[in-house]
Design a protein around this ligand. Sequence first.
Ligand code: CMP
Length: 152
Amino acid sequence: MERTLVLLKPDCVQRRLMGKIIGRFEEKGLNIVAMKMMQITPELSKKHYAEHVNKPFYPGLEAFVTGAPVVAMIVEGLEVIRVMREMLGATSGLKAAAGTIRGDYSSSRQMNLVHASDGPEAAAREIALYFRDEEICAYEPTLTPWMKAGDE
Ligand code: CMP
């Protein structure tokens, strides 16, 4: 099992798309093991987006992600880091394939609705930025035997 950090960004909250998008994760059979609504501060934004802080688009990105609440969650599943990125689609909603979350709901490069960790190191770093260990509710969904074979 892998875990990834997912953020429903301010555009997702403001556009009332939270339920639809969380529903897609649930329908896929992924397991949400931690979730909270919170306000990202400029300090947290700089830590989260450390690799982008010096890019020309960073000031706009910070204003965007601190401009309304986000919903942070930890999602668990087999190969979930890759699976989640594929469910989101390309960074820009204009380039994301139809059928992906961004392809279906976003027409923007910045306002692309959802963030997900791009690899195992980023997932570990980002999970620690947003959640304390005691906020994680690990549990075994009762549907597991109907979602995958025992040896998967
Ligand atoms: P995310 O997957 O959260 O990772 C970095 C974010 O920066 C990205 O989604 C977009 O919201 C934003 N972003 C990436 N590239 C650009 C760009 N060229 N211009 C504006 N925003 C960008």
